[in-house]
Ligand binder design. Structure first.
Ligand SMILES: Nc1ncnc2c1ncn2[C@@H]1O[C@H](COP(=O)(O)OP(=O)(O)OP(=O)(O)O)[C@@H](O)[C@H]1O
Ligand SMILES: [Mg+2]
Length: 333
């Protein structure tokens, strides 16, 4: 199932609770696809940077080569927020009257830690990576941070484009109003009173500058939203453990994603207790089956792939290659 998804989609997201195996499985799937000759980009949006731990090397926010056909990068939230804030501050400096500069700086300092700022910045980076990634690669695989955060992130493009749209409309209204006042003032001294002569021109330039920036942002978010909501291009894979709460949380995450128009096309049940390894594991295996019955009943049409708990941790390329082979061999499941 995993390999089929990797073959048929352009963008795959792996999500789920902490520690279930998102990083390991997304990386192994990306590797399995790269081994078939595809060009694959593996991107971590998780602040914890565990892609580097998994490959046992430094990765960072610039694209590096991880294996033949497989590149990777880790989006760094702090750095992303910093760059994002610098860009906004620079544009505002250009667009606002010079005497407001210190106000702008004060405002931006406060905004840095505002709720949602980190998500907005990461989302903007995801949009950039997706835009470029689908051009340069056959497949872009995202390893995401634990669920709550990710579900919010996936519906954010919708919110952000609605928000920018609102701003644009408000600006347009303000523009029209300004035009009317300017028109009224043509034969009188009103124009001077309201704008001053030079002020009228620089105001106009500022307005069109701001509108250009807002339009660009809106386009970026609507493009991302359209791409994420297109099941031909994008799928979300939920990774989980075969336990009671994770199963219930998976059903809930699926609902949130569906509400956000994101298509969930794969469930990976990881770290399953192996069979034929003694009575303790046999008992656990049977218990897992009952939990998975709940899962299948709630989400009957989503393909599922189970992976057994392996005896060792999965660290480094050779271990990942092994898992990639397991995923390949399991692909008919
Ligand atoms: N099938 C498996 N068998 C044995 N160990 C596994 C298996 N899958 C993952 N692991 C191990 O479980 C640990 C957690 O895996 P991983 O980092 O991929 O989870 P994650 O969901 O990305 O975690 P986080 O939410 O912290 O990002 C790692 O030590 C990994 O080696
Ligand atoms: Mg991880």
């Amino acid at each position: 199932m995993l390999l089929e998804l990797a073959q048929s989609k352009k963008i795959l997201f792996f999500g789920g609770k902490g520690g279930v195996g998102k990083t390991t499985i997304s990386a192994a799937t990306a590797l399995a696809r790269a081994n078939q000759g595809a060009k694959v980009l593996l991107v971590s949006t998780d602040p914890a940077h565990n892609l580097g731990h998994l490959f046992d090397r430094k990765i960072g926010s610039k694209i590096v080569s991880l294996a033949a056909g497989l590149d990777g990068m880790e989006l760094d939230p702090e750095e992303t927020v910093k760059v994002h804030m610098e860009e906004i501050t620079n544009s505002l400096h250009r667009l606002m009257p010079i005497q407001l500069r210190s106000e702008v700086d004060k405002h931006m300092k406060l905004s840095k830690d505002a709720p949602g700022m980190q998500e907005a910045a990461i989302l903007e980076r995801i949009a950039e990576v997706v835009e470029q990634g689908v051009k340069d690669y056959d497949l872009v695989v995202f390893d995401t941070a634990p669920s709550g955060h990710t579900a919010r992130l996936m519906v954010l493009p919708e919110m952000m484009s609605a928000w920018t749209e609102g701003l644009i409309q408000r600006r347009e209204k303000a523009d029209k109003f300004a035009e009317v006042v300017r028109g009224m003032g043509r034969d009188s001294s009103m124009q001077d009173k309201v704008f001053g002569d030079d002020a009228a021109d620089s105001d106009k330039m500022r307005e069109s500058g701001i509108r250009k920036i807002l339009n660009r942002r809106r386009l970026r978010f609507t493009n991302l939203r359209d791409r994420l909501a297109d099941p031909e291009q994008t799928s979300f894979v939920i990774v989980l453990a075969a336990e009671r709460l994770p199963v219930l949380e998976t059903i809930e995450l699926h609902k949130q994603l569906k509400d956000g128009k994101i298509s969930v096309d794969g469930l990976v049940v990881n770290k399953r207790s192996p069979e034929g390894e003694g009575s303790f594991l046999a008992e656990r295996h049977a218990l897992e089956e009952t939990h998975l019955t709940t899962l299948t009943k709630a989400l009957p049409s989503i393909p599922r792939q189970d992976l057994y708990l392996l005896a060792r941790d999965i660290v480094g390329l050779p271990a990942l290659e092994n898992l990639a082979k397991l995923i390949e061999n399991n692909s008919g499941d």
